[in-house]
Design a protein around this ligand. Structure first.
Ligand SMILES: *[C@@H]1O[C@H](CO)[C@@H](O)[C@H](O)[C@H]1NC(C)=O
Ligand SMILES: *[C@@H]1O[C@H](CO)[C@@H](O)[C@H](O)[C@H]1NC(C)=O
Ligand SMILES: *[C@@H]1O[C@H](CO)[C@@H](O)[C@H](O)[C@H]1NC(C)=O
Ligand SMILES: *[C@@H]1O[C@H](CO)[C@@H](O)[C@H](O)[C@H]1NC(C)=O
Ligand SMILES: *[C@@H]1O[C@H](CO)[C@@H](O)[C@H](O)[C@H]1NC(C)=O
Ligand SMILES: *[C@@H]1O[C@H](CO)[C@@H](O)[C@H](O)[C@H]1NC(C)=O
Ligand SMILES: *[C@@H]1O[C@H](CO)[C@@H](O)[C@H](O)[C@H]1NC(C)=O
Ligand SMILES: *[C@@H]1O[C@H](CO)[C@@H](O)[C@H](O)[C@H]1NC(C)=O
Ligand SMILES: *[C@@H]1O[C@H](CO)[C@@H](O)[C@H](O)[C@H]1NC(C)=O
Length: 498
Protein backbone atom coordinates (compact mmCIF):
# COMPACT_ATOMS: atom_id res chain seq x y z
CA UNK A 1 0.00 0.00 0.00
CA UNK A 2 2.68 2.44 1.06
CA UNK A 3 4.70 1.57 -2.00
CA UNK A 4 1.79 2.17 -4.40
CA UNK A 5 1.15 5.55 -2.83
CA UNK A 6 4.74 6.69 -3.02
CA UNK A 7 5.04 5.55 -6.64
CA UNK A 8 1.94 7.54 -7.51
CA UNK A 9 3.43 10.51 -5.72
CA UNK A 10 6.73 10.16 -7.56
CA UNK A 11 4.95 10.02 -10.91
CA UNK A 12 2.94 13.12 -10.13
CA UNK A 13 5.89 15.11 -8.89
CA UNK A 14 7.97 14.03 -11.88
CA UNK A 15 5.30 15.51 -14.14
CA UNK A 16 5.00 18.62 -12.01
CA UNK A 17 8.75 19.21 -12.27
CA UNK A 18 8.76 19.37 -16.06
CA UNK A 19 7.85 22.50 -17.94
CA UNK A 20 8.11 23.10 -21.64
CA UNK A 21 11.42 24.70 -22.58
CA UNK A 22 10.81 28.39 -22.38
CA UNK A 23 12.62 31.61 -21.61
CA UNK A 24 12.52 32.66 -17.96
CA UNK A 25 9.03 33.06 -16.58
CA UNK A 26 7.93 36.51 -15.45
CA UNK A 27 6.93 36.57 -11.77
CA UNK A 28 5.17 33.22 -11.93
CA UNK A 29 3.48 32.76 -8.56
CA UNK A 30 2.81 29.12 -9.45
CA UNK A 31 6.54 28.53 -9.95
CA UNK A 32 7.39 30.05 -6.58
CA UNK A 33 4.61 28.14 -4.82
CA UNK A 34 6.11 24.84 -5.95
CA UNK A 35 3.19 24.03 -8.24
CA UNK A 36 5.70 23.12 -10.98
CA UNK A 37 7.82 21.08 -8.56
CA UNK A 38 10.73 21.97 -6.30
CA UNK A 39 13.09 22.22 -9.25
CA UNK A 40 11.14 23.18 -12.38
CA UNK A 41 13.06 21.80 -15.35
CA UNK A 42 13.17 22.77 -19.02
CA UNK A 43 12.24 19.95 -21.34
CA UNK A 44 13.17 19.72 -24.98
CA UNK A 45 11.49 17.70 -27.74
CA UNK A 46 14.63 16.29 -29.37
CA UNK A 47 17.58 17.50 -27.23
CA UNK A 48 16.43 15.19 -24.45
CA UNK A 49 19.90 14.78 -22.90
CA UNK A 50 19.53 18.31 -21.53
CA UNK A 51 17.34 18.99 -18.50
CA UNK A 52 18.38 22.45 -17.27
CA UNK A 53 16.59 24.35 -14.52
CA UNK A 54 13.75 26.67 -15.56
CA UNK A 55 14.20 30.29 -14.45
CA UNK A 56 11.61 32.70 -13.09
CA UNK A 57 12.12 36.45 -12.83
CA UNK A 58 11.08 37.67 -9.40
CA UNK A 59 12.14 41.20 -10.32
CA UNK A 60 11.80 41.52 -14.12
CA UNK A 61 13.55 44.08 -16.26
CA UNK A 62 11.46 47.05 -17.37
CA UNK A 63 11.99 49.83 -19.91
CA UNK A 64 14.15 51.87 -17.54
CA UNK A 65 16.29 49.02 -16.14
CA UNK A 66 16.78 47.04 -19.38
CA UNK A 67 19.31 49.61 -20.64
CA UNK A 68 21.28 49.61 -17.38
CA UNK A 69 22.34 45.97 -17.24
CA UNK A 70 25.85 44.92 -18.10
CA UNK A 71 26.55 42.89 -21.23
CA UNK A 72 27.61 39.25 -21.17
CA UNK A 73 26.17 35.84 -20.41
CA UNK A 74 25.24 34.44 -16.98
CA UNK A 75 27.23 31.56 -15.45
CA UNK A 76 26.05 29.36 -12.58
CA UNK A 77 25.97 25.68 -11.66
CA UNK A 78 22.77 24.42 -10.05
CA UNK A 79 23.22 21.65 -7.49
CA UNK A 80 21.24 20.26 -4.56
CA UNK A 81 19.02 17.31 -3.75
CA UNK A 82 16.05 18.45 -5.83
CA UNK A 83 17.94 19.31 -9.04
CA UNK A 84 17.20 16.92 -11.89
CA UNK A 85 20.42 17.68 -13.78
CA UNK A 86 23.22 19.41 -11.87
CA UNK A 87 26.21 21.11 -13.46
CA UNK A 88 27.45 24.26 -15.18
CA UNK A 89 25.05 26.37 -17.22
CA UNK A 90 25.68 29.44 -19.34
CA UNK A 91 22.45 31.27 -20.07
CA UNK A 92 21.27 34.41 -21.81
CA UNK A 93 19.46 37.18 -19.95
CA UNK A 94 16.18 35.71 -21.25
CA UNK A 95 16.84 32.47 -19.34
CA UNK A 96 17.54 30.28 -22.37
CA UNK A 97 20.55 27.96 -22.18
CA UNK A 98 23.65 28.52 -24.30
CA UNK A 99 25.89 25.82 -22.79
CA UNK A 100 25.20 22.94 -20.47
CA UNK A 101 28.29 21.38 -18.89
CA UNK A 102 26.19 18.73 -17.13
CA UNK A 103 28.78 16.09 -18.09
CA UNK A 104 31.14 17.70 -15.54
CA UNK A 105 28.73 18.10 -12.58
CA UNK A 106 31.14 20.80 -11.38
CA UNK A 107 29.86 22.97 -8.54
CA UNK A 108 32.39 25.68 -9.26
CA UNK A 109 33.19 27.21 -12.64
CA UNK A 110 34.14 30.57 -14.06
CA UNK A 111 36.31 32.31 -16.67
CA UNK A 112 40.05 32.83 -16.20
CA UNK A 113 42.74 34.04 -18.61
CA UNK A 114 44.98 31.03 -19.38
CA UNK A 115 47.98 31.77 -21.63
CA UNK A 116 46.40 35.10 -22.55
CA UNK A 117 42.98 33.78 -23.67
CA UNK A 118 39.68 33.39 -21.85
CA UNK A 119 39.10 29.82 -20.71
CA UNK A 120 36.48 28.12 -18.57
CA UNK A 121 37.92 26.54 -15.43
CA UNK A 122 35.80 24.02 -13.56
CA UNK A 123 36.41 21.68 -10.66
CA UNK A 124 35.68 17.96 -10.92
CA UNK A 125 36.11 15.65 -7.98
CA UNK A 126 34.67 13.94 -4.92
CA UNK A 127 32.64 15.79 -2.30
CA UNK A 128 33.29 15.09 1.37
CA UNK A 129 30.89 15.44 4.28
CA UNK A 130 31.22 19.04 5.46
CA UNK A 131 31.22 20.65 2.04
CA UNK A 132 34.73 20.39 0.64
CA UNK A 133 36.29 18.09 -1.91
CA UNK A 134 39.27 16.35 -3.46
CA UNK A 135 39.65 16.80 -7.21
CA UNK A 136 41.13 18.54 -10.26
CA UNK A 137 40.63 21.80 -12.11
CA UNK A 138 39.97 21.40 -15.83
CA UNK A 139 40.73 24.22 -18.24
CA UNK A 140 38.45 24.36 -21.31
CA UNK A 141 39.20 26.51 -24.36
CA UNK A 142 36.50 28.31 -26.35
CA UNK A 143 35.87 25.10 -28.31
CA UNK A 144 35.03 23.41 -24.94
CA UNK A 145 38.08 21.14 -25.26
CA UNK A 146 40.02 20.29 -22.09
CA UNK A 147 43.46 21.83 -22.64
CA UNK A 148 44.89 21.62 -19.10
CA UNK A 149 44.18 19.77 -15.89
CA UNK A 150 45.79 20.75 -12.59
CA UNK A 151 45.61 19.96 -8.93
CA UNK A 152 47.69 20.34 -5.79
CA UNK A 153 51.20 18.89 -5.80
CA UNK A 154 53.10 17.10 -3.06
CA UNK A 155 50.59 17.36 -0.20
CA UNK A 156 50.46 14.77 2.57
CA UNK A 157 48.72 11.60 1.33
CA UNK A 158 48.57 13.18 -2.18
CA UNK A 159 45.56 15.24 -1.08
CA UNK A 160 43.95 16.84 -4.15
CA UNK A 161 42.63 20.35 -4.75
CA UNK A 162 39.41 21.48 -3.16
CA UNK A 163 36.56 23.12 -5.10
CA UNK A 164 36.28 26.48 -3.31
CA UNK A 165 38.60 28.69 -5.30
CA UNK A 166 41.19 28.78 -8.05
CA UNK A 167 42.53 31.60 -10.20
CA UNK A 168 45.09 31.75 -12.99
CA UNK A 169 47.81 34.42 -12.99
CA UNK A 170 50.56 35.41 -15.44
CA UNK A 171 49.41 32.96 -18.11
CA UNK A 172 49.95 29.63 -16.40
CA UNK A 173 50.22 30.02 -12.63
CA UNK A 174 47.27 28.80 -10.55
CA UNK A 175 46.23 29.31 -6.94
CA UNK A 176 44.08 26.63 -5.29
CA UNK A 177 42.49 25.72 -1.98
CA UNK A 178 42.98 22.31 -0.36
CA UNK A 179 41.50 20.74 2.77
CA UNK A 180 44.27 18.65 4.29
CA UNK A 181 43.36 15.92 6.83
CA UNK A 182 46.21 15.29 9.25
CA UNK A 183 46.71 13.77 12.70
CA UNK A 184 46.03 16.31 15.49
CA UNK A 185 45.57 16.28 19.25
CA UNK A 186 41.93 17.28 19.68
CA UNK A 187 41.81 16.71 23.45
CA UNK A 188 41.80 20.47 24.25
CA UNK A 189 38.57 20.68 22.20
CA UNK A 190 36.80 17.65 23.65
CA UNK A 191 37.98 15.21 20.97
CA UNK A 192 40.46 12.32 20.86
CA UNK A 193 44.16 13.00 21.35
CA UNK A 194 44.87 10.87 18.27
CA UNK A 195 42.28 12.75 16.21
CA UNK A 196 42.35 14.32 12.74
CA UNK A 197 42.00 17.94 11.73
CA UNK A 198 41.44 19.30 8.19
CA UNK A 199 43.61 22.37 7.82
CA UNK A 200 43.33 24.87 4.98
CA UNK A 201 46.06 24.89 2.36
CA UNK A 202 46.76 27.65 -0.14
CA UNK A 203 48.91 26.43 -2.96
CA UNK A 204 50.18 28.15 -6.08
CA UNK A 205 51.76 26.13 -8.86
CA UNK A 206 53.00 26.56 -12.40
CA UNK A 207 50.41 24.55 -14.37
CA UNK A 208 52.91 23.78 -17.14
CA UNK A 209 55.63 22.32 -14.89
CA UNK A 210 53.72 21.41 -11.71
CA UNK A 211 56.35 23.37 -9.78
CA UNK A 212 55.04 24.50 -6.38
CA UNK A 213 55.59 28.26 -5.95
CA UNK A 214 53.74 28.80 -2.67
CA UNK A 215 52.34 26.48 -0.03
CA UNK A 216 50.68 27.70 3.15
CA UNK A 217 48.97 25.56 5.79
CA UNK A 218 46.57 27.29 8.20
CA UNK A 219 47.47 25.00 11.09
CA UNK A 220 50.99 26.51 11.17
CA UNK A 221 49.51 30.01 11.65
CA UNK A 222 45.94 29.95 13.00
CA UNK A 223 44.95 28.18 16.18
CA UNK A 224 41.56 26.37 16.17
CA UNK A 225 40.68 28.44 19.28
CA UNK A 226 40.70 31.56 17.01
CA UNK A 227 37.61 30.27 15.17
CA UNK A 228 33.89 29.79 15.77
CA UNK A 229 33.20 26.27 14.54
CA UNK A 230 33.28 23.97 17.55
CA UNK A 231 34.30 20.36 17.08
CA UNK A 232 31.03 18.63 16.06
CA UNK A 233 30.03 15.65 18.22
CA UNK A 234 31.85 12.54 17.00
CA UNK A 235 33.96 14.42 14.41
CA UNK A 236 37.72 14.20 14.20
CA UNK A 237 37.85 10.50 15.07
CA UNK A 238 39.55 9.38 11.87
CA UNK A 239 40.97 10.37 8.49
CA UNK A 240 37.50 10.34 6.84
CA UNK A 241 35.91 12.72 9.34
CA UNK A 242 38.53 15.37 10.12
CA UNK A 243 37.59 18.55 12.00
CA UNK A 244 37.37 21.27 9.34
CA UNK A 245 38.09 24.15 11.75
CA UNK A 246 39.01 26.89 9.25
CA UNK A 247 36.99 26.32 6.05
CA UNK A 248 38.86 28.34 3.47
CA UNK A 249 36.66 29.51 0.58
CA UNK A 250 38.52 32.29 -1.27
CA UNK A 251 42.06 33.30 -2.22
CA UNK A 252 42.85 36.61 -3.89
CA UNK A 253 46.49 37.26 -4.80
CA UNK A 254 47.42 40.92 -5.22
CA UNK A 255 50.09 42.76 -7.22
CA UNK A 256 52.39 42.75 -4.20
CA UNK A 257 52.36 38.94 -4.35
CA UNK A 258 50.45 38.49 -1.08
CA UNK A 259 47.30 36.45 -0.54
CA UNK A 260 43.97 37.60 0.88
CA UNK A 261 42.13 34.54 2.29
CA UNK A 262 38.60 34.03 3.57
CA UNK A 263 38.08 31.67 6.50
CA UNK A 264 34.35 31.07 6.91
CA UNK A 265 34.73 29.40 10.31
CA UNK A 266 37.03 32.09 11.76
CA UNK A 267 34.81 34.92 10.38
CA UNK A 268 38.12 36.41 9.30
CA UNK A 269 39.98 37.58 6.21
CA UNK A 270 43.70 36.85 6.56
CA UNK A 271 46.31 38.79 4.58
CA UNK A 272 49.29 36.48 4.13
CA UNK A 273 52.81 37.44 3.08
CA UNK A 274 53.62 35.72 -0.24
CA UNK A 275 57.28 35.20 0.72
CA UNK A 276 57.29 34.27 4.41
CA UNK A 277 53.71 32.98 4.82
CA UNK A 278 53.35 35.20 7.91
CA UNK A 279 49.96 36.71 8.61
CA UNK A 280 50.31 40.47 7.98
CA UNK A 281 46.84 41.31 9.31
CA UNK A 282 43.44 39.87 10.16
CA UNK A 283 40.17 41.57 9.21
CA UNK A 284 37.14 40.55 11.31
CA UNK A 285 36.77 37.69 13.76
CA UNK A 286 38.16 37.27 17.28
CA UNK A 287 41.42 39.18 16.76
CA UNK A 288 40.82 41.80 14.07
CA UNK A 289 43.77 44.08 13.31
CA UNK A 290 41.18 46.72 12.32
CA UNK A 291 38.51 48.59 14.22
CA UNK A 292 35.30 47.55 12.46
CA UNK A 293 32.97 50.46 11.61
CA UNK A 294 29.21 50.41 11.94
CA UNK A 295 27.52 47.76 9.80
CA UNK A 296 30.80 46.14 8.78
CA UNK A 297 30.66 43.07 11.02
CA UNK A 298 30.27 39.84 9.06
CA UNK A 299 30.05 36.11 9.73
CA UNK A 300 30.27 32.76 7.86
CA UNK A 301 31.35 34.81 4.78
CA UNK A 302 32.55 33.93 1.26
CA UNK A 303 34.41 35.39 -1.69
CA UNK A 304 36.74 38.16 -0.48
CA UNK A 305 38.25 40.21 -3.36
CA UNK A 306 40.43 43.26 -3.64
CA UNK A 307 38.55 45.92 -5.63
CA UNK A 308 41.30 48.54 -5.39
CA UNK A 309 44.32 48.97 -3.13
CA UNK A 310 42.04 50.01 -0.26
CA UNK A 311 38.67 48.42 -0.99
CA UNK A 312 37.62 44.80 -0.44
CA UNK A 313 34.32 43.14 -1.35
CA UNK A 314 32.85 40.04 0.24
CA UNK A 315 29.66 38.02 0.60
CA UNK A 316 28.46 38.17 4.21
CA UNK A 317 26.30 35.07 4.72
CA UNK A 318 25.48 36.25 8.27
CA UNK A 319 24.40 32.74 9.15
CA UNK A 320 24.61 29.03 8.61
CA UNK A 321 22.14 26.19 8.92
CA UNK A 322 22.25 26.22 12.73
CA UNK A 323 22.02 29.99 13.29
CA UNK A 324 21.15 33.30 11.66
CA UNK A 325 23.04 36.40 12.83
CA UNK A 326 21.01 38.92 10.78
CA UNK A 327 17.75 39.18 8.83
CA UNK A 328 19.50 38.66 5.49
CA UNK A 329 22.86 38.03 3.81
CA UNK A 330 24.57 40.97 2.09
CA UNK A 331 27.11 41.82 -0.54
CA UNK A 332 29.61 44.23 1.05
CA UNK A 333 32.25 46.67 -0.07
CA UNK A 334 34.69 47.89 2.60
CA UNK A 335 36.95 50.95 2.65
CA UNK A 336 40.11 49.88 4.46
CA UNK A 337 42.36 52.52 6.05
CA UNK A 338 45.81 51.03 6.63
CA UNK A 339 47.03 54.06 8.61
CA UNK A 340 44.17 54.40 11.08
CA UNK A 341 43.59 50.60 10.87
CA UNK A 342 39.85 51.00 10.41
CA UNK A 343 37.28 49.33 8.18
CA UNK A 344 34.23 51.29 7.03
CA UNK A 345 31.21 49.95 5.17
CA UNK A 346 31.27 51.69 1.77
CA UNK A 347 28.40 49.86 0.04
CA UNK A 348 25.97 47.10 0.76
CA UNK A 349 23.86 45.04 -1.61
CA UNK A 350 20.62 43.66 -0.18
CA UNK A 351 18.90 40.53 -1.51
CA UNK A 352 15.63 41.19 -3.33
CA UNK A 353 14.21 38.05 -1.77
CA UNK A 354 15.36 39.17 1.69
CA UNK A 355 16.79 35.91 3.01
CA UNK A 356 19.81 34.54 4.83
CA UNK A 357 21.86 32.23 2.62
CA UNK A 358 23.27 29.57 4.95
CA UNK A 359 26.18 28.68 2.70
CA UNK A 360 27.98 29.61 -0.55
CA UNK A 361 27.47 32.91 -2.38
CA UNK A 362 29.58 35.49 -4.21
CA UNK A 363 29.89 39.13 -5.25
CA UNK A 364 31.16 40.09 -8.71
CA UNK A 365 32.01 43.69 -9.61
CA UNK A 366 31.62 44.32 -13.35
CA UNK A 367 33.47 46.77 -15.56
CA UNK A 368 30.54 49.23 -15.77
CA UNK A 369 30.25 49.32 -11.97
CA UNK A 370 27.28 46.94 -11.78
CA UNK A 371 27.40 44.07 -9.32
CA UNK A 372 26.19 40.48 -9.78
CA UNK A 373 25.43 38.48 -6.64
CA UNK A 374 24.76 34.77 -6.44
CA UNK A 375 22.84 34.11 -3.23
CA UNK A 376 24.48 30.70 -2.78
CA UNK A 377 22.30 28.24 -0.92
CA UNK A 378 19.22 30.29 -1.88
CA UNK A 379 18.27 29.65 -5.55
CA UNK A 380 18.46 33.27 -6.68
CA UNK A 381 20.86 35.57 -8.46
CA UNK A 382 20.65 39.24 -9.09
CA UNK A 383 22.24 42.31 -10.67
CA UNK A 384 22.55 45.76 -9.04
CA UNK A 385 23.67 49.13 -10.31
CA UNK A 386 26.73 50.64 -8.62
CA UNK A 387 24.55 52.40 -6.02
CA UNK A 388 23.05 49.11 -4.87
CA UNK A 389 19.70 49.48 -6.69
CA UNK A 390 18.32 46.12 -7.83
CA UNK A 391 18.01 45.83 -11.62
CA UNK A 392 16.66 42.27 -11.83
CA UNK A 393 16.49 39.06 -9.85
CA UNK A 394 15.82 35.51 -11.05
CA UNK A 395 14.95 32.32 -9.19
CA UNK A 396 16.28 29.03 -10.51
CA UNK A 397 14.41 26.69 -8.19
CA UNK A 398 12.20 26.43 -5.15
CA UNK A 399 13.44 23.54 -3.00
CA UNK A 400 16.98 22.26 -2.35
CA UNK A 401 18.46 24.03 -5.37
CA UNK A 402 21.66 26.02 -4.90
CA UNK A 403 24.57 27.47 -6.86
CA UNK A 404 27.95 28.04 -5.27
CA UNK A 405 28.54 31.23 -7.26
CA UNK A 406 26.91 33.20 -10.13
CA UNK A 407 28.72 35.43 -12.61
CA UNK A 408 28.37 37.48 -15.74
CA UNK A 409 31.10 37.11 -18.37
CA UNK A 410 31.64 38.08 -21.99
CA UNK A 411 32.25 34.68 -23.57
CA UNK A 412 32.54 33.48 -27.15
CA UNK A 413 32.02 29.72 -27.47
CA UNK A 414 32.75 28.04 -30.82
CA UNK A 415 32.15 24.34 -30.09
CA UNK A 416 34.31 21.75 -31.84
CA UNK A 417 31.26 19.49 -32.07
CA UNK A 418 28.72 19.79 -34.92
CA UNK A 419 25.19 21.17 -34.64
CA UNK A 420 22.41 18.61 -34.14
CA UNK A 421 19.24 18.13 -36.17
CA UNK A 422 16.29 15.83 -35.47
CA UNK A 423 12.97 15.66 -37.30
CA UNK A 424 10.16 14.69 -34.94
CA UNK A 425 6.54 14.39 -36.09
CA UNK A 426 7.06 16.68 -39.07
CA UNK A 427 8.94 19.44 -37.26
CA UNK A 428 12.71 19.92 -37.37
CA UNK A 429 14.60 20.67 -34.13
CA UNK A 430 18.10 22.12 -34.14
CA UNK A 431 20.52 22.73 -31.25
CA UNK A 432 24.24 23.20 -30.68
CA UNK A 433 25.57 23.10 -27.13
CA UNK A 434 27.86 26.05 -26.39
CA UNK A 435 27.43 28.06 -29.62
CA UNK A 436 27.25 31.61 -28.27
CA UNK A 437 27.34 33.28 -31.71
CA UNK A 438 24.43 31.29 -33.11
CA UNK A 439 21.68 33.65 -34.34
CA UNK A 440 19.63 31.59 -36.82
CA UNK A 441 19.21 28.17 -38.38
CA UNK A 442 19.00 27.40 -42.09
CA UNK A 443 17.32 24.13 -43.05
CA UNK A 444 18.65 22.64 -46.28
CA UNK A 445 17.34 19.72 -48.32
CA UNK A 446 19.28 17.49 -50.66
CA UNK A 447 18.01 15.09 -53.32
CA UNK A 448 19.58 12.09 -54.98
CA UNK A 449 20.70 14.20 -57.96
CA UNK A 450 23.08 16.13 -55.67
CA UNK A 451 20.87 19.19 -55.52
CA UNK A 452 21.20 20.97 -52.13
CA UNK A 453 18.76 23.82 -51.53
CA UNK A 454 17.97 26.27 -48.78
CA UNK A 455 14.43 25.60 -47.53
CA UNK A 456 13.81 27.90 -44.60
CA UNK A 457 15.78 30.13 -42.17
CA UNK A 458 14.51 30.61 -38.61
CA UNK A 459 15.93 32.73 -35.78
CA UNK A 460 17.31 30.86 -32.75
CA UNK A 461 14.51 31.02 -30.18
CA UNK A 462 15.86 28.78 -27.44
CA UNK A 463 18.54 26.18 -26.71
CA UNK A 464 16.49 23.98 -29.06
CA UNK A 465 14.79 25.77 -31.96
CA UNK A 466 11.77 24.33 -33.76
CA UNK A 467 11.89 24.79 -37.56
CA UNK A 468 8.53 24.46 -39.31
CA UNK A 469 8.57 22.99 -42.81
CA UNK A 470 6.05 21.20 -45.06
CA UNK A 471 7.12 18.88 -47.82
CA UNK A 472 9.42 16.44 -46.13
CA UNK A 473 8.95 13.97 -48.98
CA UNK A 474 10.62 16.38 -51.44
CA UNK A 475 14.22 15.56 -50.44
CA UNK A 476 16.23 12.51 -49.53
CA UNK A 477 18.12 14.15 -46.66
CA UNK A 478 18.31 17.34 -44.62
CA UNK A 479 20.93 19.37 -42.77
CA UNK A 480 20.84 22.49 -40.65
CA UNK A 481 23.42 25.24 -40.98
CA UNK A 482 24.13 27.41 -37.93
CA UNK A 483 24.44 31.09 -38.87
CA UNK A 484 25.85 33.97 -36.84
CA UNK A 485 24.33 37.47 -36.64
CA UNK A 486 25.90 38.40 -39.98
CA UNK A 487 24.58 35.30 -41.71
CA UNK A 488 28.00 33.63 -41.79
CA UNK A 489 28.16 29.85 -41.44
CA UNK A 490 29.35 28.60 -38.05
CA UNK A 491 28.76 24.89 -38.61
CA UNK A 492 26.64 22.28 -40.37
CA UNK A 493 24.89 19.23 -38.96
CA UNK A 494 25.15 15.67 -40.21
CA UNK A 495 22.60 14.65 -42.83
CA UNK A 496 19.28 13.41 -41.48
CA UNK A 497 16.40 11.68 -43.29
CA UNK A 498 12.83 12.72 -42.57
C1 LIG B 1 6.37 41.10 -16.36
O1 LIG B 1 5.10 41.19 -15.75
C2 LIG B 1 4.77 42.52 -15.33
C3 LIG B 1 3.43 42.46 -14.64
O2 LIG B 1 3.47 41.50 -13.63
C4 LIG B 1 4.73 43.44 -16.52
O3 LIG B 1 4.50 44.74 -16.08
C5 LIG B 1 6.07 43.38 -17.26
O4 LIG B 1 5.98 44.13 -18.45
C6 LIG B 1 6.45 41.96 -17.59
N1 LIG B 1 7.81 41.97 -18.10
C7 LIG B 1 8.19 41.25 -19.14
C8 LIG B 1 9.65 41.34 -19.52
O5 LIG B 1 7.45 40.53 -19.75
C1 LIG C 1 11.66 49.60 -13.19
O1 LIG C 1 12.20 48.77 -12.17
C2 LIG C 1 12.93 49.49 -11.20
C3 LIG C 1 13.61 48.47 -10.30
O2 LIG C 1 12.69 47.61 -9.75
C4 LIG C 1 11.98 50.41 -10.47
O3 LIG C 1 12.69 51.13 -9.47
C5 LIG C 1 11.38 51.37 -11.47
O4 LIG C 1 10.40 52.16 -10.83
C6 LIG C 1 10.73 50.62 -12.62
N1 LIG C 1 10.38 51.59 -13.66
C7 LIG C 1 9.25 51.53 -14.34
C8 LIG C 1 9.09 52.56 -15.41
O5 LIG C 1 8.41 50.68 -14.09
C1 LIG D 1 42.81 15.09 -14.92
O1 LIG D 1 43.97 14.53 -14.32
C2 LIG D 1 43.69 13.47 -13.39
C3 LIG D 1 44.99 13.03 -12.80
O2 LIG D 1 45.56 14.05 -12.06
C4 LIG D 1 42.98 12.34 -14.11
O3 LIG D 1 42.61 11.36 -13.15
C5 LIG D 1 41.75 12.85 -14.80
O4 LIG D 1 41.18 11.82 -15.57
C6 LIG D 1 42.08 14.02 -15.70
N1 LIG D 1 40.83 14.54 -16.25
C7 LIG D 1 40.69 14.87 -17.53
C8 LIG D 1 39.33 15.32 -17.96
O5 LIG D 1 41.60 14.83 -18.31
C1 LIG E 1 55.81 28.09 -16.12
O1 LIG E 1 56.72 27.15 -16.62
C2 LIG E 1 56.92 27.23 -18.04
C3 LIG E 1 57.83 26.08 -18.43
O2 LIG E 1 59.07 26.21 -17.81
C4 LIG E 1 57.50 28.58 -18.39
O3 LIG E 1 57.63 28.68 -19.79
C5 LIG E 1 56.56 29.66 -17.90
O4 LIG E 1 57.13 30.93 -18.16
C6 LIG E 1 56.28 29.50 -16.41
N1 LIG E 1 55.27 30.49 -16.04
C7 LIG E 1 55.55 31.62 -15.37
C8 LIG E 1 54.43 32.59 -15.16
O5 LIG E 1 56.65 31.87 -14.92
C1 LIG F 1 46.66 8.89 4.86
O1 LIG F 1 45.39 8.38 4.42
C2 LIG F 1 44.97 7.16 5.04
C3 LIG F 1 43.63 6.78 4.48
O2 LIG F 1 43.68 6.76 3.09
C4 LIG F 1 44.88 7.33 6.53
O3 LIG F 1 44.56 6.11 7.14
C5 LIG F 1 46.20 7.86 7.08
O4 LIG F 1 46.07 8.12 8.46
C6 LIG F 1 46.59 9.13 6.36
N1 LIG F 1 47.88 9.60 6.83
C7 LIG F 1 48.05 10.76 7.44
C8 LIG F 1 49.45 11.05 7.90
O5 LIG F 1 47.14 11.56 7.58
C1 LIG G 1 35.21 7.44 11.11
O1 LIG G 1 34.43 8.08 12.10
C2 LIG G 1 33.07 8.15 11.77
C3 LIG G 1 32.40 9.02 12.81
O2 LIG G 1 32.80 8.67 14.09
C4 LIG G 1 32.51 6.72 11.72
O3 LIG G 1 31.14 6.78 11.37
C5 LIG G 1 33.27 5.94 10.67
O4 LIG G 1 32.84 4.61 10.68
C6 LIG G 1 34.75 6.00 10.93
N1 LIG G 1 35.46 5.42 9.77
C7 LIG G 1 36.49 4.61 9.93
C8 LIG G 1 37.13 4.16 8.64
O5 LIG G 1 36.89 4.25 11.02
C1 LIG H 1 48.41 49.43 -5.64
O1 LIG H 1 49.47 48.64 -5.08
C2 LIG H 1 50.38 48.12 -6.03
C3 LIG H 1 51.33 47.15 -5.37
O2 LIG H 1 51.59 47.51 -4.05
C4 LIG H 1 51.08 49.29 -6.71
O3 LIG H 1 51.96 48.80 -7.69
C5 LIG H 1 50.04 50.19 -7.37
O4 LIG H 1 50.64 51.32 -7.91
C6 LIG H 1 48.97 50.63 -6.37
N1 LIG H 1 47.90 51.28 -7.10
C7 LIG H 1 47.38 52.42 -6.71
C8 LIG H 1 46.28 52.95 -7.56
O5 LIG H 1 47.76 53.01 -5.71
C1 LIG I 1 46.24 38.41 16.93
O1 LIG I 1 46.68 38.85 15.63
C2 LIG I 1 48.03 39.29 15.62
C3 LIG I 1 48.30 39.87 14.23
O2 LIG I 1 47.97 38.94 13.23
C4 LIG I 1 48.96 38.13 15.97
O3 LIG I 1 50.29 38.57 16.02
C5 LIG I 1 48.55 37.56 17.34
O4 LIG I 1 49.29 36.38 17.59
C6 LIG I 1 47.06 37.22 17.34
N1 LIG I 1 46.68 36.83 18.66
C7 LIG I 1 46.00 35.73 18.91
C8 LIG I 1 45.63 35.48 20.33
O5 LIG I 1 45.68 34.97 18.01
C1 LIG J 1 4.54 12.38 -32.15
O1 LIG J 1 3.28 11.92 -32.55
C2 LIG J 1 2.83 10.78 -31.84
C3 LIG J 1 1.56 10.29 -32.48
O2 LIG J 1 0.68 11.38 -32.71
C4 LIG J 1 2.65 11.16 -30.39
O3 LIG J 1 2.26 10.04 -29.65
C5 LIG J 1 3.96 11.67 -29.84
O4 LIG J 1 3.79 12.14 -28.52
C6 LIG J 1 4.48 12.81 -30.69
N1 LIG J 1 5.80 13.14 -30.20
C7 LIG J 1 6.18 14.39 -29.97
C8 LIG J 1 7.57 14.57 -29.45
O5 LIG J 1 5.45 15.34 -30.16
Amino acid sequence: MTMVLSLAFLTLSAFAGLSAAEPAYNQSAEYDSGAFGLSPTQQFVAATDYKPVQLNYQLPLNDSTAGLISSGLLFFSPQGGDVEQAGPLIIKQDGTVVWSGAEYAAPSFHIEKYKGEDHIILWKGDFQVGGFGYGNWLVLNNKYEVVANYTTVGLLNDTLSDLHDSHIYEGDLATMTAYLPQPYDLSPYGGPSDGFIASAVVQEINITTNEVLFNWDSIDHVDPADCYFDLPAGAGANYSTPWDYFHINAIDKDEAGNYLLSSRYCHTLFYVDGSSGDIIWRLGGKNSSFAMGEGSDFSWQHDCRWRSNNTISLFDNAGREEEEDAAYSRGLLFNVDFTAMTVELAKEFIPWSGTVSHSQGNVQFLENGNVVIGWGQQPYFQEFDSDGNALWEMHFGVGDVEAYRAFRFEWVGLPSTSPSLAIVNGTAYAWWNGATELASWELRGSSGSGEDVSLVTTPRTDFETAIEFDGWDGYTSYTVVALDGEGQTLGTSEEVTA
